[in-house]
Design a protein around this ligand. Structure first.
Ligand code: PAF
Length: 280
């Protein structure tokens, strides 16, 4: 695997691949890689396709009181993991390459960005949409892979690509989980042993609520029970909500694809998770 930090060099390599008739798949990341990212690389590996992973801890998607400074950075072990996973190229731009002096553009996706994490983290999805647009323009991938764990992010990126006629196919990859069900996340390392044991309440409460809603129980009751379970486990809740799986509008009709979404803090660590409501 080659690691590149220079945009002209990246474009040369990609042009050579294209001239050889190969497709390009992109897996955008902020590093601190885990098995969830390896699942994205695995999904991206196809005959005739070169896989590019990017690592860029994007300052524009962190709020002023968020954890940019302590976000885990493990470039050497990340590169080893990507090599072992069969990634062809690691694109690792500097902040100056991504946002040179004078950078003044903001990409904002209205509607789908507004609620949930968009409300809890103002500006977050503008930062994501801006950097993902840049990554698409830099790498010009045919396909790009994103985890369903960041479900709202996936919905924002699908909307962005549709609205701007970007020539890239977005592939959502199911959330990877630890054996007890906790969604894999670069932030799980912040949990101490007791918090880690309690955190399993998040996927469990969502699973119980999703099954109850799928059976036809009143969503408000199922959500209230999930909130009680999470509070009893020591979580401070940002939101536990049912949304349209495409637009993320609240209170979706039962014949629409629906998703249960949650964000909650265990100590200082903010965890998110989501599950589908299976259609009957
Ligand atoms: O999901 C992430 O790791 C980031 O939000 C992304 C998509 C790489 C943009 O910085």
């Amino acid at each position: 695997m080659q690691t590149i930090g220079d945009l002209r060099r990246l474009r040369d390599v990609i042009a050579q691949w294209r001239a050889a008739g190969q497709a390009v798949a992109l897996v955008p990341t902020m590093g601190a890689l885990h098995a969830g990212h390896v699942a994205l690389i695995d999904a991206a590996k196809r005959p005739g396709t070169r896989v590019v992973a990017s690592i860029f801890v994007n300052p524009r998607q962190f709020g002023p009181s968020e954890d940019l400074g302590r976000y885990p950075r493990r470039e050497a072990s990340d590169a080893r993991m990507l090599t072992a996973a069969g990634c062809d190229l690691l694109w690792m731009p500097s902040v100056e390459t991504m946002y040179p002096a004078g950078f003044a553009t903001n990409v904002s996706v209205a509607g789908v960005s507004d609620g949930f994490d968009g409300a809890a983290r103002p500006g977050h999805f503008d930062g994501v949409a801006t950097v993902v647009t840049k990554l698409f323009n830099q790498v010009s991938p045919d396909l790009a892979y994103f985890g369903e764990k960041d479900f709202q992010q996936l919905a924002v990126i699908r909307r962005l690509v549709a609205d701007l006629d970007l020539a890239v196919e977005i592939v959502g990859v199911p959330t990877q989980r630890d054996d007890d069900g906790l969604a894999l996340s670069s932030r799980n390392i912040y949990l101490d042993e007791v918090q880690r044991a309690s955190a399993v309440a998040l996927p469990r409460a969502l699973g119980i609520a999703a099954r109850s809603i799928a059976r036809g129980d009143a969503p408000d009751d199922a959500l209230a029970e999930a909130r009680e379970t999470l509070i009893a486990a020591g979580f401070e809740i940002d939101y536990v909500a049912l949304a349209d799986a495409e637009t993320l509008a609240p209170d979706p009709a039962p014949d629409r694809p629906r998703r249960l979404l949650a964000a909650a803090r265990m100590g200082t660590t903010r965890l998110i998770d989501n599950v589908p409501i299976e259609q009957g």
